[in-house]
Design a protein around this ligand. Structure first.
Ligand code: ZN
Ligand code: ZN
Length: 139
């Protein structure tokens, strides 16, 4: 396993996360919520245990935004209150786990590959498939 470091755009918030070898890849999420929150076409994610994640700087800068997902359960998005970068989300249905934004980590740019794509139903028509795609969230 490897510890990766991440930081927000303004630099006030930093974190460390312990990643197991089988988690060292990106799950691309094309859902409408990711498109709105990121302003892009998809987000880069991985599911890791909550206790693998630690804020190392700026804990007092972390704010929470809550919305309700397809399941009707709460999804809490944690973000830097200064620059809005969001290092992770926590879904009520995934107890003890978080959805980590893998694109914000130092290092994986060269080493992490796409392992799956979810919410392919919301994919922009011009986007090429780069990994096995699921229509929504695989169960
Ligand atoms: Zn920030
Ligand atoms: Zn999404």
């Amino acid at each position: 396993m490897t510890t990766y470091h991440g930081k927000c755009h303004c630099g006030e918030l930093e974190w460390d996360v312990l990643v197991q070898p089988d988690q060292a890849n990106h799950i691309l999420c094309h859902c409408n919520t990711c498109q709105t929150l990121s302003g892009g076409t998809y987000t880069l994610n991985q599911i890791v245990p909550l206790d693998a994640f630690k804020v190392t700087k700026g804990e007092d800068k972390v704010k929470k935004y809550t919305y309700y997902g397809d399941s009707g359960k709460a999804v809490n998005c944690y973000y830097c209150s200064n620059c809005t970068t969001s290092p992770y989300h926590q879904q009520e249905i995934l107890e003890g786990k978080i959805i980590l934004r893998t694109g914000l980590l130092d290092g994986p740019r060269e080493t992490f590959q796409p392992s799956a794509e979810i919410y392919g139903k919301d994919r922009h028509s011009w986007e090429k498939e780069v990994a096995t795609t699921f229509d929504a969230m695989p169960s």
